[in-house]
Design a protein around this ligand. Structure first.
Ligand code: UT7
Length: 335
């Protein structure tokens, strides 16, 4: 059976750096609180004048992944785009990438699984490659959080955490049996959907809420997160789903050469690292620079890890995510 391998990686983040001190001018917060609770020092927020958007940033990341894979945009035969912040309510940004890359009328699939979106997309791509359906799948995670955050003290528990950016990979088949994606694991628990959600634009009440009421007290258009509750579930589910992937392939935590956890909170990553007995060099974090970029966080981190030479031929790479839904997932990849 064919395996899928990551043949190229890319990422793009907006130039506009927003430090914790910058945030303290917008709301009642401070650098010490943010660093102590989350590890975040700064994040990138789109400058609207630049024209960046999830599809535009995704296309920029895609061009880098395509180049690094040694192919051209015309070789891409399927697009998967994971985001919770699409340019438009519909259609999703997958079709915009098809247009922006100027490629032929290939299929474009949009994935709505928030922080786990990249891993859900990877799992789908892996199955298409295994069955021989496609040979060069472009998988993108991209988010514009800054356009929709409550940047007042009322929203500080959420808005200091999230950043903008995009990451992309090209997946190709390999006949090397022990290489590439070894296993994928996906989960959901919808009873906690409202613990981390943006309820606002929904088909039940969007017209009356958005146009008729114009209520300044209405926070339903801003993301809500029950932070402590999400944190406790995250640290449990991350570990469970990483162990699930290890057990499915007969590996131990010590076999992992690099774990890239979804960059939700540095404290979550450090907690998982300690519980699993992993050394610092076995875990990659860049949330300090970018904040939590949801579906983009794993592919941005992967692209940076590749640039920094953190992955060698034959290394065992583990990717894991947890987030809104709740949804969570993992994969093990032999690099
Ligand atoms: O990516 C998807 C998954 N997401 C996650 O995994 C995130 C999980 N949750 C978290 O990372 C943490 O819960 C947060 C970083 C969001 C919050 O940290 P916390 O330690 O759970 O803080 P808290 O919400 O319990 O708030 C503690 C205090 C409160 O004040 P009082 O009630 O103790 O007086 C908050 O009002 O900190 C206050 N606070 C802030 N203070 C300064 C909340 N946000 C801020 C802020 N700056 N930005």
């Amino acid at each position: 059976m064919l395996h899928s391998r990551i043949a190229g990686t890319g990422h793009y983040v907006p130039d506009n750096v927003v430090t914790n001190d910058d945030l303290s001018k917008m709301m009642d917060t401070n650098d010490a609180w943010i660093q102590e609770r989350t590890g975040i020092r700064e994040r990138r927020w789109i400058d609207p004048k630049t024209g960046d958007s999830p599809s535009v940033m995704g296309t920029k990341a895609a061009r880098m992944a395509i180049e690094n894979a040694g192919i051209t945009a015309d070789d891409v035969d399927f697009i998967i785009f994971a985001t919770l912040s699409p340019d438009m309510y519909f259609p999703g940004p997958g079709v915009q990438v098809q247009d922006q890359l100027g490629i032929k009328e290939i299929g474009a699939l949009d994935v709505r699984n928030q922080c786990s979106g990249f891993l859900y997309g990877l799992s789908v791509a892996d199955k298409f490659i295994q069955t021989g359906t496609y040979k060069n799948i472009l998988l993108i995670g991209s988010e514009n959080h800054s356009g929709g955050l409550d940047k007042t003290t009322r929203g500080r528990g959420v808005s200091v955490i999230f950043g903008d950016g995009a990451g992309a990979v090209i997946l190709q088949p390999t006949e090397e049996k022990d290489k590439g994606v070894l296993t994928t694991h996906l989960h959901s628990e919808g009873k906690y959907a409202k613990e981390l959600a943006l309820e606002g634009p929904n088909t039940g009440h969007w017209v009356d809420k958005m146009i008729a009421e114009q209520d300044p007290e209405d926070t339903s258009y801003y993301p809500y997160m029950n932070g402590n509750f999400v944190f406790k579930h995250a640290v449990t589910r991350f570990q469970e789903v990483i162990h699930e992937a290890l057990e499915a392939t007969g590996h131990q935590p010590s076999d992992i050469n690099l774990l890239i956890p979804h960059q939700a909170n540095l404290r979550i990553s450090q907690y998982i690292q300690a519980k699993m007995g992993l050394a610092d060099e076995q875990v990659f974090n860049n949330i300090q620079k970018y904040g939590n970029t949801t579906a983009a966080s794993i592919p941005i981190a992967l692209s940076e890890a590749v640039q920094e030479g953190r992955l060698k031929n034959g290394d065992l790479l583990c990717l894991a995510a947890f987030g809104s839904g709740f949804t969570w997932g993992s994969t093990l990849i032999r690099w």
